[in-house]
Design a protein around this ligand. Structure first.
Ligand code: GSH
Length: 207
């Protein structure tokens, strides 16, 4: 049984969504930031950063959402969720993962940090204008790169699809304009039943 620590709509949603797609049993531990659950000694022992998501799989405790996704897909994906290692498709998949995290998520998170996540004294509101500009530039390129196939690498959904769709959902929460092809892709991916199941299950634990 995989244990997932997080809050329903944080980066933990990438993991809960993928867990539902993989169809493996998992248990959710709600980490309430307002209550300080991420600052307790027991949580900091799992992740000294005090951040979610964290998973536990037997002896293994793992942090960093992209690393967790890759691990779960490799171990439980039955060869369906990642391209074969060493192929051009795998290289393209790595390119997408890196682009999503460093070019799309980074400016979004900069917006979030300077709006609500950082302690008030550390927030610099003007940084948000730059982050919006950076996000728009990166999203325009992703829009050009988005293939006509159902998923990023063709006919088969891969880890990077969940990561991109989740990041685009975040962009929407942060009220960013999303170019039309990416918006349609986000809507199509997030309509998958696994996404709703993940949200329902984690939201029920957060009551
Ligand atoms: N690079 C990490 C970032 C994790 C992260 O920043 N998580 C946020 C929620 S989405 C968090 O736990 N924030 C709490 C805090 O910063 O105190 C990942 O991808 O997992």
């Amino acid at each position: 049984m995989i244990e997932l620590y997080g809050t329903p709509r944080s980066r933990a949603l990438r993991i809960s969504w993928l867990l539902e797609e993989l169809g493996i049993p998992w248990e959710f531990h709600y980490i309430d930031f307002a209550r300080g659950d991420n600052r307790t000694e027991s949580f900091l022992a799992l992740n000294p950063c005090g951040k979610v998501p964290v998973i536990r799989d037997g002896e293994l405790v793992l942090t960093e959402s992209a690393a967790i996704m890759m691990y779960l897909a490799e171990k439980y994906g039955a060869g369906q969720w990642l391209p074969d290692a060493g192929t051009a498709a795998a290289a393209r998949h790595y390119q997408w993962l890196s682009y999503i995290i460093t070019e799309l998520e980074q400016p979004l998170w900069t917006m979030g940090k300077h709006k609500f996540a950082l302690p008030e004294a550390q927030r610099v509101p003007a940084v948000r204008t730059t982050a919006v500009w950076e996000f728009d530039k990166a999203a325009a390129i992703a829009e050009d790169w988005l293939p006509d196939s159902p998923f990023l690498l063709g006919e088969q959904i891969q880890v990077a699809d969940i990561l991109l769709a989740h990041t685009l959902l975040w962009a929407t929460v942060f009220e960013q304009d999303i170019p039309p092809k990416l918006a349609a892709y986000r809507d199509r991916l997030s309509a998958r039943p696994a996404m709703k199941k993940a949200l329902d299950k984690t939201s029920a634990s957060a009551q």
